[in-house]
Design a protein around this ligand. Structure first.
Ligand SMILES: [Mg+2]
Length: 257
């Protein structure tokens, strides 16, 4: 097969989470949430501790309900939208004053802070840059990133931070597209952004999760499963024919010629 494009998943495919565990993951979110709360306090939106406690409960509840919906429909609920919804609800409940003058930038800043805890924990694998550089220098294969993440700029900024953004013809997140992998639409959207709309069969989707493999298969792309050393508490089986299995992305070269 003459490979025209490779789409990479982000987490645990290109980047690794430092000292990963459910606790370290939750801890990063807790730290981020504290920073968002600090901004809301600084701007006098939250005036006392009772309001903050109510906010914490509401955001937890909203996040859980978004998660449930998303499991069924694959719809993504961006973090900006989460903050907007919760703060709107607090206005309606008269817990905080009206936020009329707040615009999209304000919600983006809150979301940036919320994800700042995890932003410092995601680091590229040792082999990531070298592999991308080699693929890029072949000059024949278009590269893309496709990540299930509720805050687009987190992924984009991390690629920039480690000087990798220029390798990619498209960086797509579920926050940007509105639906999550394995929805096939997000794969077609990514291929289109890479200029490979009708070349799915000549492309690879390379990721560590069933969502990458099942979704890629549904979208008519050849799938490549990257081994993940860390195992999530619940791992689903992958029942897709013809999956190529590799230990990490540096092994991709064996399969593209
Ligand atoms: Mg992943």
């Amino acid at each position: 097969m003459n490979v025209k494009g490779i789409i990479f998943d982000f987490g645990f495919t290109l980047f690794n989470f430092r000292n990963v565990s459910m606790d370290s993951y939750m801890d990063a979110y807790r730290r981020g949430l504290q920073k968002s709360i600090a901004l809301l306090k600084e701007q006098q939106i939250f005036k006392d501790q009772t309001v903050i406690e109510k906010f914490k409960k509401l955001i937890k509840r909203k996040r859980a309900s978004f998660f449930q919906k998303s499991m069924k429909t694959k719809e993504e609920f961006p973090t900006t939208f989460l903050f907007e919804q919760v703060l709107d609800l607090m206005v309606k409940k008269e817990l905080i004053d009206d936020l009329e003058e707040k615009n999209a930038d304000f919600y983006s800043e809150l979301a940036d802070l919320y994800h700042s805890g995890e932003a410092t924990e995601w680091v590229p694998f040792d082999f990531t840059k070298e592999t991308l550089e080699k693929l890029y220098n072949l000059g024949e294969i278009k590269l893309g990133v496709l990540s299930n993440h509720p805050h687009h700029s987190l992924v984009e900024n991390l690629l920039k931070k480690y000087d990798m953004d220029h390798y990619f013809d498209a960086v797509v997140t579920s926050a940007l597209y509105g639906k999550r992998k394995p929805d096939p639409g997000i794969f077609h959207y990514t291929l289109k952004k890479m200029g490979l709309e009708h070349s799915g069969a000549s492309c690879f989707m390379c990721g560590d999760e069933p969502a990458d493999i099942v979704g890629g298969h549904r979208a008519g792309v050849q799938t490549v499963l990257c081994e993940r050393v860390y195992k999530f508490p619940i791992e689903r089986a992958i029942n897709v024919p013809d999956v190529i299995e590799i230990k990490n992305i540096s092994e991709i070269f064996k399969h593209i010629s």
